[in-house]
Write a protein that binds this ligand. Structure first.
Ligand SMILES: Nc1ncnc2c1ncn2[C@@H]1O[C@H](COP(=O)(O)OP(=O)(O)OP(=O)(O)O)[C@@H](O)[C@H]1O
Ligand SMILES: [Mg+2]
Length: 391
């Protein structure tokens, strides 16, 4: 099974390219599901059909699913939200306002990703195409399970024990309800599910495709996404440059755009030299509906296989050398001064711009000390040396 995630700046054509790619996959005889994690009904718009809350077959072997994140949200969140509502009630917050307060921004998108997990486990599909939200949002959310992981493994069990021990005392003293065990279980379950989603989406069967338009600001954002996605272990395996002006018999106005785009497209080729780069033309009309999407997909991918698993280097690997080791993390476009590195117990904390990843070191390395680090050719290399014995 292959999972393809499409992301990119707002309005560049993510939904269109995702829909066209899914159409190509289904056309090649693969059972294909395309789903959107977006609350807007953009996939339905691209296919020019109504899409319900369940996967709907729009052509043989091609299913479209507009995830009803609100419904998922209510199922997964019910226990946790229930507790928060009880606390807010005690604090004297108006029930309607309390309801608002327990809605977490971005939670819907995370829960939509949980839907991807269910579909991937179901064995129903050969290909799953995910139309993601615009760049920054998706990146942040995809990093969430790992960030929570730290809390879940260290703080959470302690808190749970403490709460259990103190519950009778505290409940009486402060009048604030203590979380019941089912709240803890709900959080634990949610975390385990999110962790599985992350494992799935960073696994070898999943590729991230960046959609961009040939404009400087859009390219700049795509490059940042490439770095951040790599930092978090996602495999960017392709770029689609959309809305390229055809260069034939252009009037001066269009000729100006063609030249400007050509310059950015050169930079795109340089920036993404190690992944596939596809181009798609700026059409005279919106590519809406199956025939238009099939035609669009054909033009984007030509004879290349849109689902091919390209030889993308592992985003993260460790090689042994003597009794030491080298950890390598791909970080495209990053220079020495852009990376901050810290050791925190068994974790290596890697910070690039405002993004931070906690890399839990494998047991074999946890006792090693960091002997040096460098950034070379878009790769962070951290050398570990065996700690000398204490005596
Ligand atoms: N190559 C193209 N030629 C002409 N129109 C296009 C092309 N690509 C996309 N469009 C149109 O541009 C609009 C935006 O495209 P789309 O909805 O796919 O973008 P998006 O990146 O998913 O946007 P959002 O960030 O809002 O989700 C749509 O009306 C779509 O039909
Ligand atoms: Mg969209």
């Amino acid at each position: 099974m292959r999972i393809l995630l499409f992301t990119g700046k707002g309005g560049v054509g993510k939904s269109t390219v995702a829909a066209a790619t899914a159409t190509m996959a289904a056309g090649a005889g693969r059972r294909t599901l395309v789903l959107s994690t977006d609350a807007a009904h953009s996939l339905a718009d691209a296919f020019g059909t109504e899409v319900g809350g369940e996967p709907e077959e729009v052509s043989p072997g091609l299913f479209v699913h507009q995830v009803d994140a609100q419904r998922r949200f209510e199922q997964s969140w019910a226990d946790i939200q229930g507790y928060l509502l009880r606390v807010l009630e005690v604090a004297g917050v108006d029930p309607v306002a309390a309801e608002e307060l327990t809605v977490i921004p971005g939670a819907e998108e995370v829960l939509a990703l949980l839907e991807v997990r269910l579909h991937a486990l179901s064995d129903d599909w050969d290909t799953i195409v995910v139309d993601c939200a615009p760049t920054a949002e998706t990146l942040r959310l995809l990093a969430l399970p790992e960030a929570l992981g730290w809390y879940m493994t260290r703080v959470f069990p302690v808190e749970r024990r403490v709460v259990r021990a103190l519950k009778p005392v505290l409940s009486r003293a402060a009048g604030i309800p203590m979380p019941e065990d089912d709240v803890f279980s709900a959080v634990e379950r949610l975390h385990a599910e999110l962790d599985q989603v992350r494992a799935l989406l960073t696994g070898p069967d999943t590729g991230v495709r960046l959609v961009l338009t040939p404009e400087q600001v859009v390219l700049a954002e795509a490059r940042r996404s490439y770095t951040t996605l790599s930092l978090f272990g996602y495999r960017v395996d392709g770029v689609v440059a959309n809305r390229v002006f055809p260069g034939n018999d252009a009037d001066p106005w269009r000729a100006g755009w063609v030249a400007a785009q050509a310059e950015v497209l050169d930079q795109v080729a340089d920036s993404f030299a190690d992944v596939a780069v596809w181009h798609s033309e700026y059409r005279a009309s919106e590519p809406v509906g199956l025939p238009a999407l099939a035609d669009f997909g054909q033009q984007v991918y030509g004879d290349s296989d849109p689902l091919a698993v390209p030889a993308v280097r592992e985003p993260f690997r460790i090689t042994r050398s003597g009794d030491g080791a080298v950890l390598r993390l791909r970080l495209p476009f990053v220079g020495r001064g852009d990376v901050d590195l810290a050791r925190d117990g068994d974790d290596l904390v890697v910070t690039v711009a405002s993004y931070r990843r906690l890399l839990t070191l494998p047991a074999g390395l946890a006792r090693h000390r960091v002997a040096g680090a460098r950034v070379d050719g878009g790769e962070l290399q951290v050398r570990f040396a065996a700690e000398r014995s204490e005596d």
